[in-house]
Design a protein around this ligand. Sequence first.
Ligand code: DX5
Ligand code: ZN
Length: 214
Amino acid sequence: MIVSPSLLSADFGNLQRDVEMLNNSQADWLHIDVMDGVFVPNISFGFPVLEYIQKYAKKPLDVHLMIVEPQKFVNEVKACGAEYMTVHYEACTHLDRVVNQIKDAGMKAGVSLNPHTPISVLEEIITEVDLVLLMSVNPGFGNQKFIPYSVDKVRKLKELITKTGSKALIEVDGGVNMETGKLLADAGADAVVAGSFVFKSENPAATIANLKTL
Ligand code: DX5
Ligand code: ZN
């Protein structure tokens, strides 16, 4: 399993320390949640903070934009060293255009779906994207309860990817722990995001190592 710990649950007073902990752990990617208080009912952090994450991080940055009009920020996200730039389906009127802008800028393009958004909206675009980020909580906050029907969405997405020959990875975000992670792994997830489960644990590096075994 690809493991992408979410810095939303890190200690922002000791961000460098937490990023270095992730550098020395088995984490594959660093998940970075940008929120604007419009697309989601919360504000997290923006580009000045991402610049510092980039400065210290030695792993690929998996940037999840929970903002309206994400197409306006493709260059800024690229400048922050993102490997994956993931935008919400629900925030993009012209999703095909945004996906191409992200790829033209030299990043991998991710599309995220809110819990209630069906997999079928990806039928046409699935062969164009590098990653699908399925939200297994309503985005905006860490430490929420996993929505059980997300497991079925992973199965449906896996079917669509297999049927179309898409190379997209399936990543799941929200309420991931060893129990929900096992259900997601069995359903076909390639990657999991984990925020509170990692950072609120006694030994975050050991928790990441456990998630790697899923
Ligand atoms: C929620 C964010 C998540 C969040 C996950 O809107 O997209 O990445 O950090 O937190 P946990 O793992 O605590 O549910
Ligand atoms: Zn996220």
